[in-house]
Write a protein that binds this ligand. Structure first.
Ligand code: SF4
Ligand code: SF4
Length: 285
């Protein structure tokens, strides 16, 4: 089984548009939306949810008021400012570190499971899909990404699928590391802007750190040819293969409004270029 992760140093580079297009080009794949903080692949693929599971992320401290003697030790030691002046625990601030439970002299505090989100197993018109939603203000998205990836692997086994296509989170933090760990290839989708170049360099650095082969796709390359060339030069100097360039094209917005992938929506030049890029990516896996 092979796995490819589509990532970007920052959000809004067209990563999900590319992932959805690949979903419609792949013939034997499972899809995994690992952008759990801001999942949007489902808007295009419209999955039919077959199974839902609770995700228990960070623990949550709960206080038994009857046992509390208002000594203030929990407030004194909580580094996350999650305890108010009345020694009540603020649910949204608690990181579940357990320090308050440890220091409380009367065992008034206990760490409990908290439901931080849900993971889903679904069917789409392109095959099985694993995805998830994190509740508002919840953390531990790296753990949820790992759960989605495990679910995707299970789906691939159940359905005898040979490829997992992962829509990764933006950035270079823990969720990205969870999304790319152990994959066969990362495709970095970048835009030719100053921040785009900077973010692409950082995320390629993360892939390199984990010794994962990387390819670069420059989206909207025609907005700044100089920056595009700078990006591609950086890649060539750092053994990152070039997957190709995509121009700015309204067809991506039109497809999204129609809840379709670009490939479904149009067979024009943009889609043809995407097909060539997909074939290049497949050759590198
Ligand atoms: S578990 Fe940690 S973060 Fe939560 S209230 Fe206790 S000390 Fe603060
Ligand atoms: S440490 Fe325990 S007893 Fe002291 S204020 Fe906090 S909850 Fe109450």
């Amino acid at each position: 089984m092979k796995q490819i992760a589509i990532i970007s140093g920052k959000g809004g580079t067209g990563k999900t548009t590319i992932t959805a297009a690949f979903a419609s080009l792949a013939e034997n794949a499972v899809l995994a939306d690992c952008d759990v903080d801001a999942a949007d692949l489902h808007l295009i693929l419209q999955p039919d949810i077959k199974s839902t599971m609770e995700f228990k992320g960070l623990k949550l401290a709960k206080k038994d008021q009857e046992k509390c003697i208002s000594c203030g030790k929990c407030l004194e030691h909580c580094r996350f400012h999650a305890i108010d002046s009345q020694f009540n625990i603020k649910e949204t601030g608690c990181e579940g570190c357990g320090v308050c439970e440890y220091v409380c002299p009367t065992n008034a505090i206990e760490l409990m499971d908290r439901i931080s989100g849900h993971a889903y197993l679904s069917e789409t018109r392109f095959g099985p899909m694993a995805h998830a939603a994190l509740k508002t203000a919840e953390e531990a998205s790296g753990m949820l990404v790992s759960l989605v990836r495990n679910n995707a692997r299970q789906l691939a086994k159940q359905h005898s699928r040979e490829l997992i296509i992962i829509d990764g989170p933006p950035g270079i933090g823990c969720p990205v590391i969870a999304a790319i760990a152990g994959v066969d290839l990362v495709l970095v989708v970048s835009e030719p802007t100053v921040s785009g170049v900077h973010d692409a360099e950082r995320v390629i650095g993360v892939a390199r750190h984990f010794q994962i082969p990387a390819m670069l796709l420059v989206n909207k390359f025609d907005l700044n040819l100089e920056m595009t060339e700078k990006l591609e030069k950086f890649c060539l100097e750092n053994e990152v293969s070039l997957a190709g360039r995509l121009p700015y094209d309204n067809v991506t917005t039109e497809a999204m409004i129609a809840s379709k992938t670009v490939i479904e929506h149009s067979d024009g030049a943009f889609s043809q270029t995407l097909r060539e890029i997909w074939n290049r990516v497949l050759e590198n896996i």
